[in-house]
Design a protein around this ligand. Structure first.
Ligand code: PLP
Length: 404
């Protein structure tokens, strides 16, 4: 008789196969067990034909990869531990010493910081381009340019670029273009088919931390492609860097995905209503939301996001910024943020709690963009609270900290 503990570890009972429930099961593994040596040698970790090691995939991560690829209109996906890791992953997969990367000046800040830090130290050059001037982007594409980052809408200032023309400019020069698709989340527009004729980006990076997670409690990122050869490069780099995600985190995202459309639309509707209300307040010089007529890039937003809504209203993330009139000192704007009750102070977005962040725009951009009013910027992320309660919160904080 074998030792009881040995029996526990090697227990022969197998539950009946074929169990199905609304949500997939959670499989946790570093070690994957093979039936024999021949199977061990034959297994190819590069494909979803089997399992080799936890880092290379489990049923849980394969399932999430396939769903994220579908959400974004792609064919292949790799998962990484954060949205920023997805950005770094693309850079490390596609760039070598002597190459150059182009990044929009309104990109997610840490993308620019990566270029200025590690990439520069590796001998990889970078330029920041004007996201609202396609000619500026085209003029900067040179013989060493290997990667162009796109972002729509831009981080914090929310300009919507002419994505179709930007992709065409990259195609014309044979340079890979990769979109940070966190704002659109695969819901506002199809990054792999922007014009309805199949014109799209080569890959997307997505902070699943935001809308796919929806809870403010998971960090995860993805890189999605449609191209087999490009996916293979990304997958090889993924294996060599040893990036993996936890099964419980993958399960949390799988559980939140079915409601992503409802959440995105609800946060969009509330965000737009509050953005319109803010535009009418005397303390606010400008509202930054691509769906508002007159906003920077509004026509470009309408072109690629306008058709995403069957009522003709278009789709947008529940995110907007306000430029508080420059007659109010930055310290008064800080007091306004501190006076908010329902809006909490914190980074990120896409979760249930509405958030506010004051930004020092002058420190973030090469020059003050001509299309932006002078003032202090506050970025709001709209959660799932009742919009009327959020509006009342903004009203009381404005009245308290920024009297007219
Ligand atoms: C939040 C965010 C990221 C980074 O995601 P993390 O999971 O926080 O690393 C990247 N790009 C954009 C546009 C983001 O908003």
């Amino acid at each position: 008789m074998t030792d009881a503990i040995t029996q526990l570890i090697h227990h022969p009972y197998q539950p009946p196969a074929g169990f199905e429930a609304p949500q997939p099961g959670v499989f946790k593994a570093s070690t994957v067990i093979f039936p024999n040596v021949a199977a061990m040698r034959a297994r190819d970790w590069k494909h979803k034909s089997g399992y080799t090691y936890g880092l290379h995939g489990t049923p849980t991560t394969f399932m999430l990869e396939e769903r994220i690829a579908t959400l974004e209109g792609g064919l292949h996906c790799v998962l990484v531990p954060s949205g920023l890791a997805a950005i770094a992953h693309v850079a490390l997969a596609l760039l070598r010493t002597g190459d150059e990367v182009l990044i929009p000046d309104n990109a997610y800040g840490p993308n620019k910081a990566l270029a200025e830090g590690e990439l520069a130290a590796f001998g990889i050059a970078h330029q920041f381009y004007d996201p609202m001037d396609v000619a500026d982007l085209a003029a900067r594409i040179g013989p060493r340019t290997r990667l162009v980052w796109l972002e729509a809408a831009g981080s914090v200032t929310m300009e919507f670029p002419d994505l179709i023309a930007q992709v065409r400019a990259c195609r014309a020069r044979g340079v890979a273009c990769v979109l940070d698709n966190t704002w659109g989340a695969g819901l506002a527009f199809n990054a792999f088919d922007l014009d309805g004729q199949g014109l799209g980006v080569d890959a997307t990076a997505h902070a699943l931390t935001k809308y796919p997670s929806g809870g403010g409690d998971v960090l995860m990122g993805s890189v999605v492609t449609r191209d087999e050869a490009l996916h293979r490069r990304i997958k090889l780099t993924h294996m060599r860097l040893g990036l993996g995600v936890g099964a419980n985190d993958a399960e949390a995202v799988l559980r939140a995905l079915p409601s992503i459309g409802l959440r995105y639309r609800a946060q969009d509707q509330a965000g737009r209503a509050l953005a319109h209300w803010c535009a009418a307040q005397p303390q606010i010089a400008q509202v930054l939301h691509p769906a508002l007529p007159g906003a920077p890039g509004h026509a470009h937003w309408r072109q690629v996001c306008g058709a995403a809504d069957d009522r003709g209203g278009g789709a947008a993330a529940g995110l907007f910024g306000v430029l508080v009139h420059e007659r109010h000192a930055p310290a008064q704007v800080d007091a306004f943020c501190d006076a908010l009750r329902l809006f909490r102070l914190g980074y990120s977005w896409g979760g249930p709690v509405s958030l506010a962040v004051p930004y020092d725009l002058a420190a973030m951009r090469a020059a003050w963009p001509a299309h932006l009013a002078r003032g202090t910027l506050v970025r709001f992320s709209i959660g799932l609270e009742a919009p009327a309660d959020l509006q009342a919160d903004l009203a009381q904080a404005l009245a308290r900290a920024l009297p007219v």
